[in-house]
Design a protein around this ligand. Sequence first.
Ligand code: ATP
Ligand code: MG
Length: 394
Amino acid sequence: MNYQAFLVKYGEIAVKGKNRHIFEDTLLSQLQNAVRRVEGEFHVSKENGRMYVEALGAYDYDELMGALTKVFGVVGICPMVRLEDEGFDKLAEAVVAYVDEAYPDKNFTFKVNARRARKNYPMTSMELAAALGEKILEAFPQVRVDVHEPQVCIQVEIRSHINLYSTEIPGPGGMPVGTAGKAMLLLSGGIDSPVAGYMIAKRGVRLEATYFHAPPYTSERAKQKVVDLAKIVARYSGPIKLNIVNFTEIQLYIYEKCPHDQLTIIMRRYMMMIAEHFAKESGCLGLITGESIGQVASQTMPSLACTNEVCTLPVYRPLIGFDKQEIVDISYKIDAYETSILPFEDCCTIFVAKHPVTKPNLKSIKKSETHLQDKIEEMLQTAIETTEVIYAEP
Ligand code: ATP
Ligand code: MG
């Protein structure tokens, strides 16, 4: 079936009250951004609390669905036939033709659900539904009516046009990106942080990202993998400004001066500090990491407390209570998994100790950090000044 129009359903609870306009305007512009990336011409509109996407010419259905199902705030997408009101007979003809084309196999139960936004229509909703149901039964004697649990529910909406649809493709839910401020994602090449970014973007938050690389210990390919992951997350969140920090000098310095069982924690504290610097510079309201309690030594509660201690912005850890498999499931769903598991070294694995502390003591960590006082300020400054910026577009 060749659909030219789509009804976009969005969460009604989220749009009550005075935020409704912000929600709707943002969703509208995110839908426009999404169709701009699809080959073909489309018109996105808002009409009486409904949103529509219309194709103005040829397009690829799967490509369009791929784009629309990544727009947060969308609850469902109904491919529909849009008709002018030319009287009941024409409508009945169109409904019968629709059923014939959309359901080649006529072995199903159905009901017609009619609604009138326009009360001057000459039939009531009930009369219209019953009359259309009868026409369908006449045309296809094999189908049966089931008003309680129909397999197919044919929606007929009388508005300025008449909308005809019977299927709904689920959207991603959430809130449109741009309704909730911006946050800084610490993005590594692993499985977790892209998922964490996806989850926070789903609540309407725009993303910026920071990646720490350690050339020559980490390769160009490892860096490219992170850029690729940012692009994958950007399919949902929109473009991501990615700060790529050269972390080698700082890591080597920590390695030289601090006890090796504390390396990871101290390194992570400096990562958070630098990420927070960029976050504040660009108006982010929080940091995001892919941490989850107990996953590795640096993610025990005492370790998280030590890492957190350097931050003044809130740190959002959307995966904190997730098992690895639950994270992997989302990673698959958002198409990041294949990229995340590419076997390139990341900067933490190279300097990792055989037996990292699992219960770091903040006092002792701070004491070790005093060994860095000669050069660390200057090194942080250099790392910030030499940061490379890449814009990751979907
Ligand atoms: P991930 O799968 O996200 O890499 P992980 O399981 O490997 O996570 P860690 O290496 O302990 O866990 O990292 C925890 C979090 O710290 C990551 O989710 C990410 O947010 C951040 N992080 C770690 N390494 C880097 C890096 N090189 N650049 C930016 N952020 C990083
Ligand atoms: Mg990692």
